[in-house]
Design a protein around this ligand. Structure first.
Ligand SMILES: O=C(O)CNC(=O)[C@H](CS)NC(=O)CCC(=O)C(=O)O
Length: 292
């Protein structure tokens, strides 16, 4: 069995408290038999504003949050996929961050070749991610994990079909044509309004069009006075069926439902289903779209 766990948290500006929430989930996921734990975007912190975000970000090599997760991965012998902020090496006045997804092995090592930097930054209403985040430059090749080959994308990337298809239904010119992603993962912190309108529809669409498992660990609830996230972490199978749905928010203020913060879901990412769906309904002809 390829058991994975999806963990839902509510990060704040306290990295210590965020690490504690995550480590609790690491331990519970391991006890439940999961081989990989998926955690949300920005698990290290959600800041009040741009300035605070630039101040809080620490390089992954020294970040107590990342180092703490590496030790937890090792002591519980479970791999972790997690979203963090990585500062670029500029002066603080001009500094930018990368919005990064890390993969930590069950031995507690960061697999550098698996790191992915969010390609599409989210500017919407009063959220201007481009004030602090420099967009990534490229996709990361699908990489092996104990539950299957993972293709990493982040949050707002969910709105773009192209990177999902490139990772999971690559054409013959792709470097990973023979080794496509079997699991697309979207660590997220969706807004209440856009989550209500689009979250589940987009995730199911990506699963159906790519014939892949889709794992989306989400932030939930109120991070601070100005910010809340939609929650409802989801796992969708390659046929588009929802296999796990965690709790969400209960009102317009974004207060989390009871039990939604720190909630954990388990799923068997059965690659027999992946093969069957693709075998029954092959989606070939990618050669017709060389621009992709
Ligand atoms: O701010 C941080 O530190 C972490 N980053 C985020 O929460 C990002 C950028 S503000 N959120 C999204 O991409 C939400 C996308 C979304 O809600 C949609 O596409 O509808």
């Amino acid at each position: 069995m390829a058991i994975a766990a999806v963990g839902q948290i509510c990060s704040t500006a306290s990295m210590r408290a965020n690490l504690d929430q995550c480590v609790r989930l690491v331990s519970e996921a391991a006890v439940g038999g999961a081989k990989v734990l998926f955690l949300p975007e920005a698990s290290d912190y959600i800041a009040h504003n741009a300035q605070e975000s630039l101040t809080l970000a620490q390089p992954q090599s020294t970040s107590p949050f990342v180092q703490g997760l590496c030790s937890a991965a090792k002591s519980h012998a479970i791999a972790i996929h997690v979203g963090i902020h990585e500062p670029l090496p500029q002066q603080e006045s001009t500094r930018k961050l990368l919005n990064r997804a890390l993969y930590i092995s069950s031995g507690g090592e960061i697999i550098e070749s698996a790191s992915y930097d969010k390609l599409h930054v989210f500017d919407y209403a009063n959220l201007k991610e481009s004030d602090t985040v420099q967009p990534g430059a490229k996709l990361t090749a699908p990489f092996d994990s104990p539950v299957g080959r993972i293709g990493s994308l982040i949050c707002f990337d969910l709105r773009f079909a192209e990177p999902a298809i490139s990772l999971a239904q690559p054409g013959p010119r792709s470097a990973w044509y023979q080794r496509p992603a079997q699991i697309l993962t979207y660590p997220s912190a969706f807004t209440l309004r856009t989550g209500q309108a689009h979250w589940e529809t987009l995730l199911r669409g990506r699963a159906i069009e790519t014939q892949s498992w889709v794992v989306a660990a989400a932030q939930v609830g109120r991070h601070n006075e100005r910010r809340a996230s939609y929650g409802r972490s989801l796992v969708v199978d390659p046929w588009g069926e929802v296999r796990v749905r965690l709790g969400g928010t209960k009102d317009d203020l974004g207060d989390a439902e009871d039990g939604a913060v720190g909630q954990l879901g388990f799923v068997d990412l059965d690659m027999g289903v992946w093969e069957r769906v693709r075998g029954e309904m092959p989606l070939k002809r990618r050669d017709v779209y060389p621009e992709l």
